[in-house]
Design a binder for this molecule. Structure first.
Ligand code: ATP
Ligand code: MG
Length: 496
């Protein structure tokens, strides 16, 4: 035997005229953790959807333990021992955690009824094994994105998989949750489970994987041993060139205060928040997951009421009860949860991009100017290098990172005075990240006031004029640019 549990040979797959995979090879050894790396839209998710039985390849073959197989569908893939955690969460929101885990294979009593008690206790056990603190009776729709992602993981593992595929499982997990996940992965590996791991986070790849396969534009670039490579080599394999300027920043803070937040409080969520953002400034918000950053931003944006305090925009008191009013006043926000809050997935790229901006695109009182709309869309597709076959296709068919760029475009199109970015580069590849940083920098240079909420410390440190660190709903420090370091931020974020 070759020692390969999976061998994918010359796999090709097109969606209409778009060739997503072009003769890809991939080999997974027994008991290894093998990363799949590539830019947004490179074809990673498509490749694992072929393996998981969601897409049928146009060409190529798949071997499991050296034997050719024809994977007929999702259940067929499962029967071959393949479990997939997909990039986009596919749980049913109105069912409980336990019901989701056991969907379609609920344990039954000896009379043939669903055995809810057994289901719940087994689910609870699985959840706790992963070190999670979630009640399995909770409806999935009530969980945070991170918790939902963890439930997906529990569900995939519960199938007694031989081959586990994880498509960006950590994109919204906290460090602690990532640690738990990695411990679980190591355990699975000891039990001879082989893992395909997709992530844009290099530090994770270097921590957990043995080998890395890079793909570019649907073609195979190469496979390297993690111990023998370094980030620069990976980047040039991914993008086909070296990236010289990763962070671009010209500091251009002006005197004029755009946003002033005074004594803002919301019971049990955030307390006594005070800060200002000036024209041309990028103000960072750092903190651990659950520190209250996103909730605070949603309140400023009018999406969530606060109890006390005052917000001023350009010196005028801002009293908005709805996002639409905030948008009219000149606030734009790229939310954390792009699927829930940012995009209408079944609509086109074009529709989504101009959704927030219809009023400025009107030809008259009733009609949208198609020309203006088209120009705007073309501009952003080009500026943000959004990889899409046309702007008329459904947003849901774009790769994850490109969906994120559509959300950013949507809000830039409103020409805001204040732009709030909540984890804007989550799930975005290195090349596109560099592009987004350079766009943010340009916007600041033009005088936009920007709030950047991010869990990525290097991003915060390299992009911000100053940073508010939050812990348990309070700002524990506001650090000037000269005081920004990972240690300093972590100290105030953890209280240690
Ligand atoms: N269902 C679909 N219909 C049409 N095109 C699709 C579909 N799924 C994927 N594509 C296209 O195939 C290409 C590869 O997308 P894929 O999702 O595999 O990228 P990816 O490497 O996973 O990217 P990311 O890092 O952003 O998740 C993209 O051009 C994408 O738009
Ligand atoms: Mg993907």
């Amino acid at each position: 035997m070759s020692g390969n549990v999976i061998e994918m040979r010359s796999i090709s797959k097109s969606f209409g005229p778009n060739r997503a995979l072009n003769g890809i090879h991939f080999k997974l050894k027994s008991g290894e953790i093998h990363a799949l790396l590539g830019e947004n839209g490179a074809g990673k998710s498509t490749l694992i959807k072929v393996l998981g039985g969601i897409h049928k390849p146009d060409e190529g073959e798949i071997l499991i333990d050296g034997k050719r197989v024809d994977i007929q569908g999702v259940q067929d893939a499962q029967s071959h021992g393949i479990g997939v955690i997909h990039q986009e969460i596919v749980l049913v929101p109105y069912l409980s955690v336990a019901e989701n885990i056991f969907l379609g294979r609920e344990p039954v009593t000896r009379f043939g009824f669903k055995d809810k008690k057994q289901m719940n206790s087994r689910a609870q056990q699985m959840v706790e094994q992963l070190g999670l603190n979630i009640d399995v009776n909770t409806l999935v729709g009530e969980l945070t994105v991170a918790q939902q992602q963890l439930v997906e993981i529990v569900k995939a593992i519960s199938f007694n998989v031989k081959i586990l595929v994880m498509d960006e499982p950590t994109s919204s997990l906290s460090d602690e949750e990532v640690n738990h996940l990695f411990i679980t992965m190591e355990k699975l590996k000891k039990n001879n489970v082989s893992i395909i791991y997709i992530s844009h986070k290099f530090e994770e790849l270097f921590r957990i994987t043995e080998r890395i396969t890079v793909i570019r534009d649907g073609t195979y670039v190469g496979t390297v041993n993690t111990k023998e490579t370094h980030p620069n080599e990976l980047v040039s394999m991914m993008v086909g060139r070296e990236l010289d300027n990763f962070y671009t920043r010209t500091y251009a803070r002006q005197e004029e205060v755009v946003l002033k937040v005074e004594n803002l409080s919301k019971e049990n969520v955030f307390e006594d928040i005070n800060f200002t953002v000036q024209k041309g400034e990028i103000l960072g918000f750092s903190g651990l997951m659950g520190a209250g950053r996103s909730e605070l931003m949603l309140s400023i944006f009018g999406a969530d009421p606060y109890d006390q305090g005052t917000i001023y925009l350009n010196g005028e008191e801002l009293k908005v009860k709805e996002c639409s009013e905030a948008i009219n006043k000149g606030i734009a926000m790229v939310p954390e949860d792009r699927k829930g809050q940012g995009l209408v997935l079944i609509n086109s790229v074009a529709f989504n991009m101009t959704l927030a901006e219809l009023k400025n695109l009107m030809k008259n009182k009733w009609l949208v100017s198609e020309q203006k709309r088209k120009d705007l869309i073309d501009k952003y597709v080009k500026d943000l290098r959004i990889k899409t076959a046309s702007s008329d296709i459904e947003v849901s068919s774009l790769s994850g990172g490109n969906q994120q760029k559509v959300v950013i475009a949507k809000w830039l199109a409103t020409q805001p005075k204040l732009l709030i970015l909540d984890e804007p580069t989550r799930g975005v590849d290195v090349g596109a990240k560099a592009e987004i940083y350079s766009i943010i920098n340009e916007l600041a240079k033009e005088g936009l006031a920007i709030i950047l909420v991010s869990s990525e410390l290097p991003e915060i440190i390299n992009m911000c004029d100053s940073v508010c660190v939050m812990r348990n709903g309070k700002i524990t420090a506001q650090l000037a640019q000269s005081e920004l370091s990972q240690e300093n931020i972590m100290r105030y974020a953890t209280g240690g």
